[in-house]
Design a protein. Sequence first.
Length: 413
Amino acid sequence: MRRNAILFVAVSLLSGLGGSAMALVAGIWILDLTGSPGLAALAGLCGYAPTLAGPWLGIVVDRLPRRPVVVVANLAVAATLPSLLAVRGPDQVWLLFCVATIYGIAYVLVDAGESALLPAALSPVHLARVNGWRSSAQEGVKLVAPLAGAGLYAWQGGHLVALLAALLPALAAAGYTALRLTRPPTTVASHDRGVRAGLTVLLGSASIRRPVMLAGVAIGLSGFTTAAGYAVVTDTLGRPATFLGVLLSAQGAGSVAGGLVVGRMIARSGPTAVALTGAGLFAVSCLIRCLPWWPGVVTASVLAGLGLPWALVAAVTAVQTHSPDALLGRVAATANTLMFGPIAATTPLGSAAVLLGPRPPLVLAAAVCLTACALTWRRRHDRTPSHPSPRGRPVVRGDGRVKPEEGAAYFTK
């Protein structure tokens, strides 16, 4: 069990290092070649857009052997990155867009496949703790990977970064191959109602729905407050834009610390309670950022760094522990779409709302988040349990339906 836990954390480090470095370098590379900030921003969109196709990519994870899917997705990224050696001028910029899109598709497949593999490699007792460690590893990497990638790019250009980044997913694929699965993950037949089956499980089980929705609200509102965060630094505090680096570091430190303790919190209180705490902390951080006092804004960044990963890890753990094995890939991918998809709409809305000043968007975000918490708190004493049923996971028929006698505890009327 310890061996599998170490492998999962190591894979998270490798994936996060390569992905974070290339995400920044691709934009810088395009900007250098074209001089267009708009085209540079499109690289990020290419990497993010496949998340919206999560429910359909999740079907691939469920219908094929999951470990090979995860391994092949990593190897595809490793094989694609060296193609960037052909980039010599603006005429080859399209290669960067293609690689960014492949990265995005692979990320969705790997994330869904890993969520399905974790319960097959770890006991339910260890799931939340390992998810927290993985979150800390990923957030810690985000503190150093962009700087390392930018430094390598400035020293030797994008070609060296691409080659080094290609090595990391290959190592991650080897890590997945070395896992010792305690039981084989289930696959389903092709007549399993497709996307609808995953949505039925996610929306029909309060134990999954509540933490996922809370995480989606908090993460979506974090996008809504992005522009307000910039305005707080330059307008409210009167500090240079470089002060954002201090705030991002503070948020990253909070995320690393939060990931180390969230597993114990989930084991003690359950995913819904932890998601409530995380979303509530994010709401409080929005209100504190309204204060014209830089230590308060730094503290708010730490609180946001704690709250957002708590909500996310709670949602991921709920999906892993309450979903039927045969549908776990698409439930996980659909949950990711619900949690991260709203950012595509909330970020531009927040950019427009900041024209009213930085405080109105922050207060509105806090109000929406606290309202979601209050509604969830009122309903959390329903019959749906916060922890997995002692009888095990729901049993799924070939058509994707849950047998009532074994899955009823997971669904509300």
